[in-house]
Write a protein that binds this ligand. Structure first.
Ligand code: BGC
Length: 704
């Protein structure tokens, strides 16, 4: 256990894809899985991604229904720039075919932002070599990454043939139609520099993938001209060197992606490995200066939170308003690198408190800039008059997810987007976003809710039918408490803001109607249990707690049929309790306790977004031991692979939830009347907890 590093010393072929996720690197503009530079014929998920470069993969569904989105936007697996084909005395280095691999070690240095891998391998030709590779993606230069790859022959002197290459013939493993998404336009090289210009099909993103190589023996630079190996979608620069036994050969490779033509200048002018690494350390030190959380007395918890903070910073730098935070960041293909409600519901507070109001505002502007598309999206579904339904999953504002129960039914995302505007204004004290932009978003969202409710003659209340709440283990339900509550809140909040800001162009009748609906929305309630019900009919289920499910059947989504899951009372993630989390001050402590104690026993936490919310609520209820167990589950979800899916990529957005479970959970931070308040409830064995937050433009240092 090392609180600034993730170290894994084990070469287990079954774990390669898992560790490729854990050791992923990113700099906010691009990112990559921890694939090996050299050939590897074993199981691997190759992945290198560029922020905002996506492809609209044509939807594939069994039976088409009106309103389905035409495509699912995918973050693209981008051309490979790290690749090295290495031969030692004519034998290809491939850890899958080596006779023996010893001392295999991976280290992610989170403090300084680099990743190192080392091993000793016996090749099939009985040549033993030692390899050490250090790699990082520069925070200073968005387009640049660097790697330093050392090979030491241990058996005899050796001829090392090395082909350093770029490859644009890559694919996405989740392509719906097995298509290639890139067209290669130009390939060129000059001395030790090469570049491939490729363009994405349909979306037309042009990207120069480049590399610059420099070779050394025992730290002395070699001056060898490479032989070019140009093929379709590929360029390799070949070198051959003779290396004595125990002498160290090294190739330094700089590369990355550039959207402009200046990549050659970039890699040549900055390419000095040590100084680039120094800058990397400085830039990470600046990030940690504000965002580190120090826990004394608990190394597991400490390492967990640092890993989460590190990954959040690798994913989103806040520099660009067109980028957002994909649930898997740059660590895998799943979730397509797109934007979900995760950003508003989970991530905003972290970036707001550690990067400041401007970055948080960028996240809000992202939705404002997509308002027209959200209105179009609602129109496609039959809504009118400027009503907006933001997409559940998007790259450019268009809906691009194609499961009807999510696309059409998980309308609660509209509420989270409105809540984020409120949350931002409450925390930063900056009213100008609301006034200049947010109000438009609120109006369009309120118009949606006002049309999406229906009036039940039977109940004499407004109901919301046919939805999916955050708990995706229920579909097409009526009166999901969370959705109804959010809708009611949105309508009221929007009406109040329109009135306060004296917004023109909205009639009094319209705001009165919003307020009328808000006051008359139906919430399913059980007198017997004294709780709001997750949805109509929840009590008809076979209400056995999660503890009654045999351990071998968990996670349910990997063992039960979907049908069985839907009929069960098991809750994938915080749903009713998500409402209690957002609107804690609308309920009494007793109400919170009743709801927590009612719902937690049915919650399987099979979404990464779940344990963090329960942890914050458990802390508020003084259930600190339970909060701590849930904290470890969120903080170490990927490191300890709780949900057995880390090979697909890391759960980036829930990492912001981990931060919440410390800052709002154990430290009990709340904003009330424009001031920060703390109610600390630390786990017993934590000696100290300290962190910083940027609050209303000041850095506050908290020591508990
Ligand atoms: C969760 C959603 C979430 C998505 C992306 C799903 O498993 O149920 O709430 O938006 O993952 O993180």
């Amino acid at each position: 256990m090392n609180t600034w590093n993730i170290i894994i010393e084990d070469f287990n072929k079954a774990d390669i894809t898992k560790h490729e996720s854990i050791f992923s690197l990113g700099n906010g503009a691009m990112g990559m899985r921890a694939n090996f530079e050299e050939d590897y014929t074993g199981d691997t998920l190759q992945g290198s991604y560029i922020g905002g470069v996506y492809y609209p993969d044509k939807t594939r569904v069994g039976w088409w229904k009106n309103g389905y989105p035409e495509y699912f936007a995918k973050v693209l697996n981008a051309p490979n720039w790290i690749g090295l084909h290495i031969k030692i005395n004519g034998e290809l280095l491939d850890l899958n075919t080596c006779l023996e691999v010893k001392n295999f070690r991976r280290q992610l240095n989170m403090k300084e932002g680099w990743y190192e891998r080392s091993f000793t391998a016996m090749l099939p030709n009985q040549q033993e070599i030692q390899v050490k590779v250090l790699r990082f993606l520069s925070l200073r230069y968005d387009e640049l990454g660097a790697l330093h790859y050392e090979i030491t022959p241990l058996t005899t002197e050796a001829t090392i043939e090395i082909e350093s290459y770029l490859d644009s013939g890559i694919k996405n493993s989740d392509a719906n139609w097995d298509e290639h998404f890139w067209n290669t336009l130009e390939i060129s090289s000059e001395d030790n520099f090469a570049t491939i210009l490729a363009e994405t099909k349909k979306t037309g993103f042009k990207v120069h993938t480049f590399m610059q190589n420099q070779l050394f023996i025992d730290n002395k630079a070699l001056n060898i001209s490479p032989k070019e190996n140009k093929k379709e979608n590929y360029i390799g620069l070949q070198y051959e060197v003779k290396v004595k036994q125990n002498q160290t050969f090294c190739i330094e490779k700089y590369g990355g992606y550039s959207r402009s033509n200046d990549c050659s200048t970039l890699s040549k002018s900055i390419a000095l490995f040590d100084s680039l690494l120094e800058k990397q350390k400085e830039d990470w030190a600046t990030i940690w200066e504000i965002s580190d959380i120090v826990i004394e007395g608990d190394e597991k918890a400490q390492q967990g939170i640092r890993f989460n903070i590190f990954q959040l910073n690798q994913t989103y730098s806040g520099k660009y308003a067109h980028l957002n935070i994909g649930p898997k960041g740059f660590t895998g293909e799943k979730y397509g690198g797109s934007t979900y409600w995760d950003t508003e519901a989970y991530c905003l507070p972290f970036y707001m408190a550690t990067k400041g109001a401007e970055v948080a505002r960028n996240l809000l502007m992202y939705r404002y800039n997509q308002l027209d598309k959200a209105i179009e999206n609602a129109e496609k579904l039959g809504f009118t008059g400027g009503a907006a339904l933001y997409p559940m999953v998007t790259m450019n504002g268009e809906e691009c997810h194609n499961e009807w129960e999510i696309t059409f039914e998980e309308i609660h995302r509209n509420g989270a987007i409105a809540f984020a505007i409120y949350n931002y204004t409450r925390y930063t004290g900056d009213e100008s976003y609301l006034k200049d932009y947010g109000i438009e978003v609120l109006i369009a969202i309120a118009r949606f809710w006002a049309q999406r409710v229906s009036f039940s003659e039977e109940k004499q209340k407004y109901v919301i039918l046919g939805v999916t709440g955050p708990n995706e283990y229920e579909n097409n339900i009526n009166n999901n408490f969370y959705t109804n509550y959010l809708a009611s809140w949105c309508l009221r909040y929007a009406a109040e803001q329109v009135i306060t800001l004296q917004k023109e162009g909205i009639t009094k009748e319209e705001t009165q109607q919003w307020l009328h609906i808000a006051q008359n929305i139906y919430f399913p309630y059980s007198e017997k249990y004294g709780v709001y019900l997750q949805q109509d009919g929840f009590l008809d289920k076979d209400l056995k707690p999660v503890s009654a499910i045999p351990a071998g059947e968990r996670p349910l989504n990997q063992h039960w049929s979907w049908d069985r899951i839907l009929r069960s009372p098991y809750i994938k993630q915080a749903d009713t309790l998500q409402g209690f989390y957002f609107f804690e001050d609308h309920f009494t402590k007793e109400e919170l306790q009743k709801h927590y104690e009612f719902y937690e026993p049915f919650t399987v936490h099979e979404s990464s977004l779940s344990p963090c919310v329960h942890s914050v609520l458990a802390s508020a209820l003084g259930k600190t031991d339970e909060a701590y167990t849930l904290y470890l589950r969120t903080a170490r979800l990927d490191l300890d692979d709780y949900n057995k899916e880390v090979h697909e990529g890391l759960h980036i957005t829930s990492m912001a939830g981990t931060w919440l479970s410390i800052v709002e959970g154990f430290a009990g931070m709340r904003v009330k009347d424009g001031k920060l308040h703390f109610t600390p409830r630390l786990p017993k064995h934590w000696k100290n907890l300290s962190f910083k937050v940027i609050f209303q433009e000041e850095i506050k240092e908290i020591k508990l």
